[in-house]
Design a binder for this molecule. Structure first.
Ligand code: URA
Length: 238
C-alpha cells in the first residue's frame, strides 16, 4: 500500500492532506522521514510517526471502554458529554461507532469499532449475545423477583418475553444478571416489571469479554484475539 493511502486509512485526513503531511516531512517510518507519498509499504507490524507521535497500523480498530456516567453513546450528545469526546480526531476520522448502546447513566463495558461486520455480528438481534449487568436496586431484591426475572416478563411495546439468566443476588440491594437481547432500557424496564427499580447500572461483560482493570473513562485497543473472542463468544478478559 502507498504511504499516502495508508495514512488516509488510519484517519489522518483526505488523500491531499496526507500527501501534504508527507511532503512536509511530518511522517517517519523507523525514524526515517519519508517525503514520497507513493512510497510502498509492507503493512505487517507497521509502526510510523506523524509529527513525532507514534502509531501502529491497524486495519480495523476494536476498542473497549469503561464508559463513565454522564456520557451519551451518540455523536451529537444533547445534555451530556459524548463517549466520542474521549477519543482523538485521528480515531474519530475512521468512522468509529458504538457496538450497541448504554444509557447516559450506565457505566461499564462499551465496545467501539470501525469494522461494520464486527458491529453487525455483535448487535444482530438473532445473535443473542449475552451481556452481564450489575445493579444497585431501590428496594431489597426478593426471591420472587429473581424467579420472575428468570421466567421472563413482558415489556410495553415490545414483542415476546424478556428473561434473564444467572440472576444472582450479590447483597440485599445488589443484583447481577445476564440478558440476551438488547431492547431500549431493557434492564431498567425488566426490574420495573418485577416491582423494583434500578438505582445504578453497570455492564461487566459482553459475551465472555470481561471488564476487569479499566478505570472509568479508560479504554484499550482489543487485540485481534480479543475482538474475535467477542465476536465468536469465546472466553477472554480485558
Ligand atoms: N439496560 C438498560 O436499562 N440500560 C442500559 O444502559 C443497558 C441495558
Amino acid at each position: 500500500m502507498f504511504l499516502e493511502k495508508m495514512l488516509q486509512s488510519q484517519g489522518f485526513g483526505s488523500r491531499k492532506h496526507c500527501q501534504q503531511l508527507i511532503k512536509n516531512g511530518a511522517v517517519a517510518i523507523q525514524n526515517e522521514v519519508i517525503t514520497e507519498p507513493k512510497f510502498k509499504l509492507n503493512l505487517q507490524n507497521l509502526e510510523f510517526s506523524v509529527h513525532g507521535q507514534s502509531f501502529q497500523y491497524r486495519e480495523k480498530v476494536y476498542i473497549a471502554l469503561n464508559k463513565p456516567i454522564n456520557y451519551e453513546c451518540s455523536h451529537q450528545a444533547t445534555h451530556h458529554f459524548s463517549v466520542f469526546d474521549l477519543f482523538d480526531d485521528v480515531l474519530m476520522n475512521r468512522g468509529m461507532q458504538c457496538v450497541g448502546r448504554l444509557d447516559q447513566d450506565t457505566t461499564g463495558l462499551l465496545l467501539l469499532t470501525d469494522d461494520g461486520q464486527f458491529l453487525q455480528a455483535l448487535t444482530h438481534p438473532k445473535k443473542h449475545v449475552p451481556k452481564v449487568y450489575q445493579m444497585q436496586t431501590a428496594d431489597p431484591v426478593t426471591d420472587e423477583q429473581i424467579q420472575q426475572l428468570e421466567q421472563g416478563v413482558e415489556l410495553r411495546n415490545e414483542k415476546g418475553i424478556f428473561s434473564a439468566t444467572d440472576v444472582i443476588r450479590l447483597d440485599e440491594f445488589k443484583l447481577q444478571m445476564t440478558v440476551h437481547q438488547g431492547v431500549y432500557h431493557q434492564v431498567k424496564r425488566m426490574l420495573a416489571a418485577v416491582g423494583n427499580k434500578v438505582e445504578n447500572l453497570h455492564r461487566a461483560q459482553i459475551g465472555q469479554l470481561k471488564l476487569t482493570d479499566l478505570a472509568e473513562g479508560e479504554w484499550i485497543y482489543l487485540t485481534e484475539n480479543q475482538a474475535n473472542a467477542a465476536k465468536n463468544l469465546i472466553a477472554d478478559q480485558i
